[in-house]
Ligand binder design. Structure first.
Ligand code: SAM
Length: 234
């Protein structure tokens, strides 16, 4: 079944953008997923197609109107998870991405200006998701990030399904380092175990490296029982 993404935006030509290339682009052509960019302005009741207004309480910037956003959501609502992109949202994780990829698809609302009227976020119980602690000028790049992360997990998108099983975050750890030819480059060799042909020792080295890198760079990821158990596993 096709995984369906509907993106509500003021800038439909931004889509599919980079997702029209490479793995995601091929999967789009093959019908593994579909993408519809819905223009929020089509749902304005205003003859000038205005979608925003000044904030109550004063202050800089403009706010997307709740009635416009609500009508746009109505036009695509079929029970898929509905996400509002926001720097105030819960930070996107690989486990949330995996859950979304296993579902029927997503509806993604991209904010612009100062943001979106809170009442429509509350009334529609939109899930607020952030892609990191920084502020973008609009939700569109965040929507591309979210969809890219989901689409690559869809069955048939990645050639070798094992690449998704071993990569960063999947087991709660960052991934071990990779090496390829030449075996000697600018005076740098590669860890000898990788040339040994001994699969168990290679697996053990990779597990140890994943643990070392995670401990050094993201000790917060080690805080779960699951990861502690994995690190102890033979
Ligand atoms: C300029 S931002 C609004 C920032 C908002 N006034 C604030 O301070 O939280 C406009 C839109 O970009 C999107 N956006 C910005 N940063 C984001 C982030 N880190 N993650 C997800 N979406 C983001 C949201 O859709 C937001 O409504």
């Amino acid at each position: 079944m096709t995984w369906r993404a509907s993106v509500l935006t003021l800038f439909p030509p931004m889509f599919p953008g980079p997702l029209g290339q490479s793995l995601a682009g091929r999967a789009l052509e093959d019908g593994i997923w579909s993408l519809e960019a819905v223009d929020l302005r089509d749902f304005s009741a205003d003859r000038h197609r205005r979608v925003d207004d000044t904030p109550y309480g004063g202050g800089a910037g403009m706010v997307l109107r709740p009635d416009v956003v609500d009508a746009a959501l109505d036009s695509v609502d079929d029970g898929r998870p509905a996400i509002c992109l926001s720097p105030r949202g819960t930070t996107l994780t690989q486990s949330r991405v995996r859950a979304l990829a296993e579902g029927p698809g997503v509806v993604i609302l991209c904010g612009r200006f100062e943001g979106i009227d809170q009442r429509v976020i509350d009334a529609r119980a939109l899930e607020e998701i952030s892609i990191g602690d920084y502020v973008l000028s609009g939700g569109e790049p965040a929507a591309l990030v979210l969809m890219d992360a989901c689409v690559r997990l869809l069955p048939g998108v990645m050639g070798q399904s094992s690449s998704a099983e071993e990569e960063s975050f999947t087991g709660g750890l960052l991934e071990y380092p990779h090496y390829t030819r030449p075996a000697e480059w600018n005076g740098r060799g590669i860890p000898p175990v990788l040339l040994s042909g001994h699969h168990a020792q290679i697996a053990e080295w990779r597990r140890a490296e994943a643990g070392r890198i995670t401990r050094e760079r993201r000790p917060d990821l080690l805080a779960t029982d699951l990861v502690a158990t994995m690190l102890r596993a033979p």
